[in-house]
Structures are given as structure tokens and as C-alpha cells.
Ligand binder design. Structure first.
Ligand SMILES: [Ca+2]
Ligand SMILES: [Ca+2]
Ligand SMILES: [Ca+2]
Ligand SMILES: [Ca+2]
Length: 237
């Protein structure tokens, strides 16, 4: 029935590369499967510019979503103002106010206005309030209930403050920080920090704070008193 010439078979390679060997009117398989949320941590917080404040929510689906349906009112994020929603090729952007690139993708980026205070430990609820479809027009019916996002925003060192003539420096973070590993939280140690040696201060000597884990503020003791040169040149963060 299928002769080489009439059904257009060119080579075995063409077949495997996706050339339709049956030509116009041949077999096509329609996508009738609705998109779903990805199975692992599908809703994640993002601090794209690393300033300690959430600026995006990344939602991952099982397949590419049609960007044409997305707007700032497609999803709500509890406690935040959504300024844009768009698909994005790799689900990552570099600045706080960037939008997704709009290329149909399994990643949808919600751009949210940063809060005035650090919030890299927040897990705001996300809910769908508009229509979402895959690239073949199948509607996503999930996320009708408010669902907590997962914290994927890393802690940020907001400031390192010391006084000229003192050997102590107060570090302030955007959320409670720990030493150890994600599965075994432990006290912070001097080895968790690095310091660029200045004129008088060589190393971090010890941690002064009594509580050394789960803290947003930590006092460290340097091996010598700080001088103006250290404060100006080395306590950058
Ligand atoms: Ca589909
Ligand atoms: Ca940010
Ligand atoms: Ca991107
Ligand atoms: Ca965090």
C-alpha cells in the first residue's frame, strides 16, 4: 500500500527526524491533555537581584503554557502586588522588575513588587484567578485554592557594621541563618564567613553572639581592632 515514491519516504533518517512520511492528510496526534503543575516544588519564590526582597514567583508546569492568556490578573499572590505575568524560556530573570521573555514555556514568571523590608523567608500563597491554557488550547484547571509557595530565595547579608577601634562587627541578614547543611542545621562558625584582610585585621577570630543559629543578626570578633581603612576597604557585602 505504501510505496516509497507516493508516500514520500526519503530515508529512515527523515522518518526519525520527524518528517511526516505520509504527506498532507497523514496521521497527526492531537494534544488533549490539560497542563498540570510540575510534581516537585512547582511554586517558588525568587529574589532575582539578590537584595533580600522577593521580586518574582516562578510557577512550573508539566508542559508549555500559552503566553497569550497571561496577564497581571491571572494569578494572585497573597500580600504582594503582581505587576506582570509571562512565560519565560528558563524561568530566570536578572532584575527585580523584569518580566518573563514571553516565549511559550513550562515556566511562568509572576513579577511582584518588592516589599520595603527583607522577606527571603516568606512563602506567600498563590492562586489562579484567570484562564491558563497550554499551547494546544487545553485549559489548566488547578490552583483554584490558595497554595503556599516554596522558599527558594537565599538569605542575603544586608550589612556589616563595625566601629573604628573596636574588634566586633555586627552582621545583619535578610532572614534567620544557620550553619551546617539543609538537612542538619547547626551553629554558624567562623568558617562560614570570609573577610578580606585589611591593614590591621587579619582574620575572623570568633563568634561573639550566644545564639549562633536561626538568627538574623550575628556579632563576630576580629583578630584585631578595626581601623578606618578596614571599614572603608574591606567590610563590603
Ligand atoms: Ca497538553
Ligand atoms: Ca529582590
Ligand atoms: Ca529567562
Ligand atoms: Ca529563604
Amino acid at each position: 500500500m505504501f510505496k516509497g515514491k507516493s508516500c514520500g519516504v526519503k530515508s529512515l533518517q527523515d522518518f526519525f527526524l520527524g518528517t511526516n512520511p505520509f504527506g498532507v492528510g497523514g496521521v497527526t496526534v492531537a494534544d488533549k491533555i490539560a497542563p498540570k503543575l510540575a510534581s516537585t516544588d512547582p511554586i517558588q519564590t525568587v529574589d532575582a537581584d539578590g537584595n533580600g526582597k522577593i521580586d518574582h514567583i516562578r510557577i512550573e508546569f508539566t508542559e508549555a503554557i500559552d503566553n497569550n492568556y497571561l496577564s497581571a490578573t491571572t494569578f494572585s499572590v497573597a500580600g504582594y502586588t503582581v505587576t506582570a505575568a509571562a512565560t519565560d524560556t528558563d524561568g530566570a530573570v536578572a532584575t527585580a522588575t523584569a518580566k518573563g521573555d514571553g516565549t511559550n514555556s513550562k515556566y511562568v514568571l509572576l513579577t511582584v513588587a518588592e516589599k520595603t523590608t527583607p522577606d527571603t523567608d516568606a512563602t506567600p500563597n498563590v492562586q489562579r484567578v484567570g484562564t491558563v491554557k497550554d499551547v494546544n488550547g487545553n485549559e489548566f484547571t488547578g490552583l483554584t485554592a490558595a497554595t503556599a509557595s516554596v522558599d527558594k530565595a537565599a538569605p542575603v547579608l544586608l550589612s556589616a557594621v563595625g566601629a573604628n577601634g573596636s574588634d566586633e562587627v555586627t552582621l545583619t541578614f535578610s532572614e534567620p541563618v544557620y550553619g551546617g547543611t539543609a538537612s542538619a542545621l547547626a551553629d554558624l562558625a567562623t568558617s562560614d564567613f570570609t573577610f578580606t584582610a585589611g591593614a590591621t585585621v587579619a582574620t575572623i577570630d570568633s563568634i561573639v553572639s550566644t545564639t549562633k543559629q536561626g538568627v538574623t543578626s550575628l556579632v563576630i570578633k576580629m583578630s584585631a581592632a578595626l581601623a578606618t581603612e578596614d571599614l572603608d576597604a574591606d567590610l563590603h557585602y
